[in-house]
Design a protein around this ligand. Structure first.
Ligand SMILES: [Zn+2]
Length: 327
């Protein structure tokens, strides 16, 4: 009987594959290069090979798997199983689901990676007790997913949940999308923090940051956070401003969607001590008080495994091989 699931976290440089059981426990994993430059067929081959390698490690046959979940950067169309052109995967319309189903005897399910991560936190992480939840990941960019009645909220065409591109500071810096100014990603991502710090150095608004001697280009988030913790006021102010704008975005989400829980993940959460309190004040200042009271703000629980857990969550939420056939 098929008891297991396969999940693939598809990235621009690497493919992470895991075999898991229905509780989301990962029993075997493998990792390979995506090889984007070699084209769609090569990516599909690499995915198939990595699934077989993970199966070998788990000492399982393909018959033990119910289905395969794929977490991919968007934009995409999950019904048609197509990944559109993204900065990481430069294809116009990559029919990844059809191409995989030709090669492997498994139903394949596609999901936006941030939505998949949100579902993983709901099913296996911080959101297990709630049905109305928002997940926000803050790293080089800002992404997220909305869980409504326990399921991913997709909107009409799978474009919902682009939390990072809500405008929180009209006329502010761009996020990389031309003419997209002052979105949450442009104001509060890891990239935004470093951009502000480098600008301060280049425009000589500061002489330097505590404990950092290099040039603006050499500055990293780790060094800036360390300077802030050592008492560097300019570094602290950069994190405070980030927290302020993040709070505006979070307040908008709270007022719009009335979530019970907002879960924060991503690498920038390592600097949580530098912006969390300011963010909470900003949320309190900008959200409707009664709606704010309903919502808890917490840290994600799945850590670096969230991408893989997300792909598995997508597969598991579909159920067994025969799920949906009676529909
Ligand atoms: Zn944007």
């Amino acid at each position: 009987m098929a008891e297991y699931y396969a999940g693939v976290d598809l990235g621009g440089t690497k493919i992470l594959t895991g075999i898991g059981d229905a509780s989301g426990r990962i029993i075997a994993r493998s990792r390979s290069r995506t090889e984007v430059e070699r084209g769609e067929r090569a990516i599909v081959k690499n995915i198939i090979r990595s699934i077989h390698r993970a199966l070998e490690k788990a000492e399982l046959e393909i018959e033990s798997l119910n289905c395969l979940g794929i977490g991919s950067p968007g934009p995409l169309n999950i019904t048609e199983g197509i990944v559109y052109e993204t900065s990481n995967l430069p294809f116009r319309r990559f029919p990844i689901v059809a191409m995989l189903e030709e090669e492997i005897a498994l139903p394949v399910l596609l999901e936006n990676d941030a939505n998949a991560a949100a579902l993983a936190e709901k099913m296996f992480g911080a959101g297990q007790q709630v049905e109305e939840m928002i997940y926000i990941t803050i790293s080089t960019g800002i992404g997220g997913g909305i869980i409504n009645q326990g399921r991913i909220f997709h909107g009409c065409c799978d474009g919902a949940g682009e939390i990072g591109h809500m405008i929180v500071n009209p006329g502010g810096p761009t996020c990389g999308f031309k003419q997209h100014r002052g979105c949450l990603e442009a104001m509060a991502s890891g990239t935004a923090i470093i951009r502000e710090a480098r600008k301060a150095l280049q425009q000589q608004e500061v002489d330097g940051f505590l404990g950092f001697e290099g040039s603006a280009e050499e500055l990293t988030g780790f060094q800036l956070a360390r300077a802030a913790r050592q008492g560097d006021q300019a570094a602290q102010e950069i994190y405070e401003e980030m927290g302020f704008y993040l709070g505006i975005g979070v307040a908008n989400l709270i007022d719009l969607l009335n979530p019970e829980l907002i879960v924060f993940g991503g690498g920038v959460m390592k600097a949580r001590d530098l912006f969390w309190e300011i963010m909470e004040h900003s949320v309190a200042d900008h959200a409707i008080p009664a709606v704010r009271e309903d919502c808890r703000l917490v840290e994600a629980e799945l850590g670096e495994d969230v991408g893989l857990a997300g792909a598995l969550a997508v597969a598991i939420s579909r159920g067994g091989k025969d799920a949906g056939k009676e529909d």
